[in-house]
Design a protein around this ligand. Structure first.
Ligand code: HEC
Length: 113
């Protein structure tokens, strides 16, 4: 009888875990990526513009660098001496939640090249 609350505690612990939240963020980030039509200039798994592959961007860049690409692309273009045209536009109109979800999605792209 006194063991009956254990499954409930487990459910609470799992649903509140960072892992579950992280996965939700990544899924939302993939939606934002599609909504914002990032694939016009970038590709993931060969889908989209292959001149800008992002398959391993989560290994190459930190979360902060990815965030800066989205919010201050001119600075990042200058810093990395990127020359591809058209240049990366700024996405300053995204909600904080959507921006962080997009960053989480980019960080999840860790393919070995
Ligand atoms: C009009 C074209 C264009 C669009 C649209 C665009 N980007 Fe970019 N992006 C670029 C260019 C150009 C660069 C510079 C590096 C390169 O040549 O790929 C870049 C760089 C990046 C980088 C750094 C890549 C690296 O290899 O270091 C990330 C991350 C990125 N973009 C994510 C996004 C996301 C997410 C979106 C949609 C919200 C998006 N971009 C939309 C053109 C674009």
């Amino acid at each position: 009888m006194h063991h009956s609350w254990i499954p409930l505690l487990l459910v609470l612990a799992l649903s509140g875990s960072a892992g579950a939240q992280g996965r939700a963020n990544v899924a939302r980030g993939a939606e934002v990526y599609a909504e914002q039509k990032c694939a016009a200039c970038h590709s993931i798994d060969g889908q989209g513009n292959r001149n800008g592959p992002l398959d391993d961007v989560g290994r190459r860049l930190t979360a902060e660098e990815i965030r800066l690409w989205l919010t201050d692309p001119r600075a990042m273009t200058e810093k990395t001496k990127a020359t591809r045209m058209p240049p990366m536009p700024a996405y300053t109109n995204l909600s904080k939640e959507d921006l962080e979800a997009l960053v989480a999605y980019m960080q999840s792209l860790q393919k070995d090249s």
